[in-house]
Design a protein around this ligand. Structure first.
Ligand code: PLP
Length: 385
């Protein structure tokens, strides 16, 4: 446990003092409901429309449940975490990231630490919230692991750091961080702030390796684990992000959120995905994706002009170098390929060559077997010219 951690010292004073919005529905949720200025006549939808059929039984003329206990219980069971009191649910994990800034970081005063190359939203949210960003880069040996000594130096140099964002598996690196290194960050002797572990891609880690840290929230008072239904569950359009943390931290995040942030439709679809049938499909999709990832990795080895695959391939994408004629990673060639494939051939991947340690890199999401055939074909064609 981080020796000096005290939640009251790191939550923003205005959030500590916050009297959350309360509605009559917090106390009474059935009967003749004329408390919330909803439309008792029902939605402006034709009774025979597809939207009416898809939302049958949902009462979408009513505000959704502000607490989402049923959904939280299902996620808790799936992730082996005690109960709903450990959760904050957001409109994607992008809302979870923003909520962490709003609860902990005083604008124009506090700072966060990120470990580049990493997910861009931590810096974007920092800028939106007027919070400084300090950096301790991942190891640039192709493994993209934490440099804990550098993190410690940054913490000591900048005592205003309130949150350390770790991404495991990383984006764009695809590397899961070792549990040992995450534990070291959680217990840094001179650090009093939060460690937020972004596990958007955690379900794609091979089962022979270390997986989620979500169950650690019983052990560490300063840990927030972020997950999402956008990736392994295939529900990016539904927008459901999850923070798993201590009941105390969750209570501050829940007090700060907009009262009805999770739509009834989002909740219903997410709950269905967490039933045994949904979880069965989830496992099947993950298994195929892992097989296809292996197939792409094998195929990339024999495409002339591709260099190293960076990272440890623990996510649903591959980060691969494009080489020039001299065999060196080359941003110009990678960028030209990226634009040419998108404009002329309709294949959209992501150019990541300007990220730290990713020179010449394209990040390619693992698609369906047919889509992956297209990837192999077009990369081969592009690099043979
Ligand atoms: C590491 C990481 N975290 C969070 C997100 C955002 O996920 P969501 O769709 O839940 O907002 C992404 C999306 O690409 C991501 O790569």
């Amino acid at each position: 446990m981080a020796a000096q951690f005290s939640i009251k010292d790191i939550v923003r004073p205005n959030i500590l003092a916050l009297k959350p919005y309360r509605c009559a529905r917090d106390d009474y949720s059935s009967g003749v409901l004329l408390d919330a200025n909803e439309n008792a006549y029902g939605p402006a939808l034709s009774p025979s429309s597809e939207a009416t059929a898809a939302t049958s039984g949902l009462d979408i003329n009513r505000y959704p449940d502000p607490h989402q206990h049923d959904l939280k219980n299902l996620i808790a069971k799936f992730r082996n975490v005690p109960g709903p009191e450990h959760f904050f649910l957001g409109v994607g994990s992008d809302e979870v990231i923003d909520m962490i800034f709003r609860v902990f970081c005083v604008p124009a005063k506090d700072a966060v630490l990120i470990t580049p190359p990493t997910y861009g939203m931590y810096s974007v949210c920092a800028q939106i919230n007027d919070v400084q960003v300090h950096k301790a880069s991942l190891t640039l040996d192709g493994q993209f692991q934490l440099n804990v000594d550098e993190i410690e130096r940054q913490i000591e140099a900048h005592p205003n750091i309130k949150v350390i964002f770790l991404c495991s598996p990383g984006n764009p690196t695809g590397s899961a961080l070792t549990h040992e290194s995450i534990r070291r960050v959680l217990t840094l002797p001179n650090y009093k702030g939060i460690v937020a572990v972004d596990e958007a891609y955690v379900d794609f880690i091979d089962s022979s390796k270390e997986g989620t840290t979500a169950t650690w929230v019983k052990e560490y008072p300063n840990l927030i684990v972020m997950q999402t239904m956008s990736k392994s569950f295939g529900l990016a359009g539904v927008r459901l992000g999850v923070a798993i943390t201590t009941p105390e931290i969750a209570s501050y995040m829940n007090a700060t959120k907009a009262p009805y942030n999770i739509a009834s439709t989002t909740s219903r679809i997410a709950q269905e995905a967490l039933q045994p049938k949904g979880l069965d499909i989830l496992q099947k999709h993950i298994a195929v994706m892992v097989q296809e990832r292996t197939r792409l990795l094998e195929a990339f080895k024999s495409i002339n002009g591709l260099g190293r695959v960076l990272g440890t391939n623990d996510a649903n994408f591959i980060l691969v170098e494009v080489l020039n004629k001299e065999g060196k990673p080359c941003n110009d060639r990678a960028f030209n390929m990226y634009t040419d494939m998108a404009k002329r051939q309709g294949l959209v991947v992501r150019f990541r060559g300007t990220e730290l340690g990713c020179e010449g890199c394209l990040r390619i999401t693992v698609g369906t077997p047919e889509e992956n055939d297209v990837v192999i074909k077009l990369l081969t064609e592009q690099l043979s010219s």
